[in-house]
Design a protein around this ligand. Structure first.
Ligand code: SF4
Length: 189
């Protein structure tokens, strides 16, 4: 496979403020494919796409910003995405380094989660022109039982659907990871 076809999914922290049933980080066969790196320079030299995820990266907004900016500098031509389920005001400084932001409303979402979704939607609306080249994707777990207000012109794509179990993922990708994707756990600070 050409190195330029490789995608990297990087867990920059395994800490999380949630306790979702069926957390994807408990998918043992998939997680067994993870490679540990303590320095971002240990990642492959060329990457088509990079997905920063966790755990919850926005528990540590300064670290997430530093990593996003370092990856942006190292991989200027790669597509760089951040996955989160926790709004933080520092996103205003992090999103400029990204090509896209993926936000999730998880099972068990409460009124505060929906308030924070509104804050995010307001932030993106306020930067609509400036961030017009970026993608914003929203996923809502269909087990959420509060009404979720989705502002349509904020999102490039939004969907409400069932959470995918490990077995369903393995049915789609028997080796545990999508073709061309590598999973990394970053152990640096
Ligand atoms: S938010 Fe993500 S990492 Fe955290 S418990 Fe839920 S699925 Fe797991």
């Amino acid at each position: 496979m050409s190195p330029t076809t490789v995608k990297a999914r990087i867990l920059i922290t395994e800490d999380c403020n949630r306790n979702c049933s069926g957390c994807c980080n408990s998918y043992s066969k998939i997680m067994s494919r993870a490679q540990y790196v303590d320095d971002l320079t240990d990642l492959p030299g060329e990457l088509k796409s990079i997905m920063i995820t966790g755990g919850e990266p926005m528990l540590y907004p300064e670290k997430t910003q530093r990593i996003a900016e370092e990856l942006r500098g190292r991989y200027p031509s790669s597509n760089l995405y951040l996955y989160s389920a926790l709004y933080h005001d520092n996103l205003e400084m992090i999103i400029p380094a990204l090509d896209g932001f993926h936000y999730t409303i998880h099972e068990g979402a409460n009124k505060k989660d929906l308030f924070l979704l509104d804050k995010l939607q307001e932030l993106v609306q306020n930067h609509k022109d400036e961030w017009s080249d970026k993608s914003f994707r929203l996923y809502v777990d269909d087990r959420v039982n509060l009404p979720v207000r989705i502002v349509p012109n904020v999102w490039t794509q939004s969907n409400i659907s069932a959470w995918i179990t490990e077995q369903e993922l393995l049915d789609q990708q028997p080796n545990g990871l999508p073709v061309g994707e590598q999973l990394f756990i970053y152990t640096g600070n």
